[in-house]
Design a protein around this ligand. Structure first.
Ligand SMILES: *Cc1c(COP(=O)(O)O)cnc(C)c1O
Length: 461
């Protein structure tokens, strides 16, 4: 399997090169040249597999430059860190299925991908005798999952900037309680945008970037998408274990990474009826699907902060397919976006979109209401991101189908909001309680690029 760029500017590369490249060197996103298809017969033969076994079946179809035994070990190590033997268990509540993706170390679905990516990086770096210094900015979830993905790993150091005092308490502790020598937390007296601007500036300094082998960790690495494809297969197999029903997935969406993995699963032949793309007030993708309106708005802060995004980076991957793999059409679309703040699709293209996707936007009041109603009906707690997807599924998807709602975070991670919805304090899991007693390490700094650069240089091996 070879990988190409959505912008059409690179010769096809191998899986390992795609992982190390991250963002394609022509500014596009990497995608496999084709999607392997899974026959119904093959799919049926996977029913009895454990999560890591299934992960190997799915992932190995995209990887031909790592020996099977090594790939199995990487997968096994990645999912052994989960606190549930099923890795992503499925529970039925209130007429919908909840796919619990939050059993990893940082209690959010990003662990599914970043545990795998961390092990993959370590494996490839060791083989190539190279090192990597990851620098990133986070508003909370990605940074903590990335830190836990690479902590203690050979050949990798990680520097994560977060806005001091502006993440949830649990998110901050999940980062600062990691005191491994290869992990540096930098809390910036400023906003998430200040953090992101400084990271961009560091990457823009090409000499600095080359000299210190800087790498990024964001949702555009193909290996992250690939790891997420697995749980669509896993959930589909579980809900159809007893009888064959139409299966829909509802996905709370920010950067379009999670739902793009669902689209890949569908392309591979997994019988998914519709992918429901659920957004909060940051609803550009909902406007696109429902009203053909992809025009940039301004980012609004909500109670589901990991979905407060206007430009969904992974959406480019989908557009590439929507435009029949035509890179010039794609480049035109992004030129239009740059010049006029929007992308226009033809009625034909929109008909294609609506074959695979439907969408709803759920505002904050409705999200809080759903947390409360769902709890009253079932005693089950939804985190605010999951609640957006559940509310959309209950409103939009037929009740005689299997409605699988992706639960992207554990409610304890956003306990402030859950409390606001319920009016009382939700139980705190032990793994979160333990965080409060742990030693922490974090460098608090002004938003001063020179100081940040000096700190990084001083702490690179
Ligand atoms: C990252 C995140 C999302 C959004 O996922 P995308 O892949 O960016 O669409 C939703 N919920 C939570 C809790 C997240 O951390």
């Amino acid at each position: 399997m070879r990988y190409i760029s959505t912008r059409g500017g690179i010769a096809p590369i191998s899986f390992k090169d795609a992982v190390m490249m991250g963002l394609a060197s022509d500014g596009g996103l990497l995608l496999p040249q084709s999607y392997p298809t899974i026959s119904r017969e093959q799919l049926e033969s996977w029913r009895g597999l454990s999560y890591p076994e299934l992960a190997f079946e799915v992932i190995s179809r995209y990887v031909d430059d790592i020996p099977a035994e090594d790939l199995k070990t990487i997968i096994a190590r990645s999912y052994a860190t989960f606190n549930n033997p099923e890795v992503t268990p499925l529970v039925k509540q209130n007429g919908v299925y909840i796919l619990e993706l939050f059993h990893g170390v940082t209690l959010a679905f990003k662990d599914v991908a970043l545990q795998f990516l961390g092990n993959m990086f370590e494996y490839i770096l060791a083989e190539r005798k190279e090192t990597l210094n990851i620098i990133g900015a986070t508003s909370g979830d990605t940074g903590s999952a990335a830190i836990h993905g690479v902590r203690g790993k050979k050949g990798i150091s990680i520097f994560i900037l977060h806005p001091h005092g502006k993440t949830s308490a649990v998110q901050a502790l999940q980062m600062t309680s990691v005191t491994d020598a290869n992990v540096q937390n930098i809390a910036i007296r400023g906003t998430f945008d200040d953090c992101q601007d400084m990271v961009k500036e560091l990457f823009g300094d090409l000499e600095f970037k080359e000299k210190y082998s800087l790498g990024a960790v964001n949702s555009i690495n193909w290996a992250r998408v690939l790891a997420q494809v697995v749980y669509y297969f896993y959930a589909w197999l579980r809900v159809t274990d007893e009888k064959d029903v139409p299966v829909h997935f509802s996905v709370p969406t920010g950067n379009f990474g999670d739902i793009f993995a669902g689209y890949v699963a569908k392309r591979m032949g997994l019988p998914i009826d519709k992918l429901l793309l659920a957004t909060n007030e940051n609803n550009i993708l909902t406007r696109f699907i429902n009203a053909s309106d992809y025009s940039l708005g301004t980012v609004v802060s909500t109670v589901s902060p990991s979905m407060d995004i206007q430009i969904a980076s992974n959406f480019e991957r989908y557009l590439f397919h929507l435009f029949a793999e035509d890179s010039s059409r794609l480049k035109e679309a992004f030129a239009e976006l740059k010049e006029h703040g929007r992308i226009t699709c033809t009625p034909d293209e929109m008909a294609h979109v609506r074959k695979d996707f439907c969408s709803a936007s759920v505002d904050q009041a409705a999200t809080l209401q759903e947390i409360r109603t769902f709890y009253d009906a079932t005693g089950y707690l939804l985190d605010p991101h999951t609640a957006v997807g559940v509310k959309a599924a209950l409103d939009l998807l037929p009740s005689d189908s299997a409605r699988v709602c992706l639960a992207t975070a554990h409610p304890a991670k956003f306990s402030e909001t859950v409390e606001q919805a319920l009016g009382f304090q939700a139980p705190v899991p032990d793994s979160v309680k333990e965080l409060y007693g742990k030693p922490t390490r974090c460098e608090i700094m002004d938003a001063d690029i020179n100081k940040v650069r000096d700190f990084i240089v001083a702490h690179i091996d």
